[in-house]
Write a protein that binds this ligand. Structure first.
Ligand code: AMP
Length: 178
């Protein structure tokens, strides 16, 4: 059964702003109320996958850790595989790695070398687009493999950080824009 469509204002009611978390100056977007509401959670998956039908996507790549919550459910909906991009040191097999700068310091993410086949049609899903550094690093990881990124999907976009500009090589879609 297809769940009823949720609206953007409804989704926004499931997103709580936590000032100064995890450090002063950051307005953290807490998605746990959205996840706790089965209608909003199912509705968000419906919207994230709305441009695709089962058979049109080979795999959904989710980004550690909150991206997994949406990417795994979306993979079940589109009847395709779920592939994790994880923080360095978490994946047990041989990996490709990509480092990128954060506001303070840097981060390294990894994907298993055999996670995707060359030419696979892939959706990338994360909970939130901020500066775009994480999604761009994930795209660079997949460049090693040679996949086709059909869309990059985010539940939330912080548009004032202009992450979309860094991702201009890819179709980017977000459900709630601040
Ligand atoms: P960025 O690489 O700057 O686009 O940051 C995106 C990643 O950082 C996502 O995986 C988010 O989960 C996390 N993130 C960045 N800023 C926030 C925020 N204000 N609230 C919640 N998560 C955030």
């Amino acid at each position: 059964m297809t769940p009823a469509k949720v609206t953007v204002p409804e989704l926004m009611q499931g997103i709580r702003n936590i000032p100064d978390f995890p450090k002063p100056g950051i307005q953290f977007k807490d998605i746990t109320p959205l996840l706790a509401d089965p209608r909003l959670y199912a509705g968000s998956i419906e919207l994230l996958t709305q441009n695709f039908k089962p058979g049109s996507v080979d795999a959904i790549v989710g980004i550690d850790a909150r991206g997994f919550i949406f990417a795994a459910a979306a993979a079940l909906k589109l009847q395709c595989g779920f592939i994790p991009v994880r923080k360095k040191g978490k994946l047990p097999f041989q990996t490709f790695e990509e480092s990128y700068d954060l506001e303070y310091g840097s981060n390294t993410i990894a994907i298993h070398v055999d996670a995707l086949k060359k030419g696979s049609r892939v959706l990338l899903i994360d909970d939130l687009l901020a500066t775009g550094g994480t999604a761009l690093a994930a795209a660079n990881l997949m460049k090693h493999i040679g996949v086709e990124i059909l869309e990059m999907n985010f539940v939330i976009e912080l548009s004032f950080l202009e992450g979309r500009k860094r991702l201009s090589d890819f179709p980017v879609r977000s459900l709630v824009v601040y």
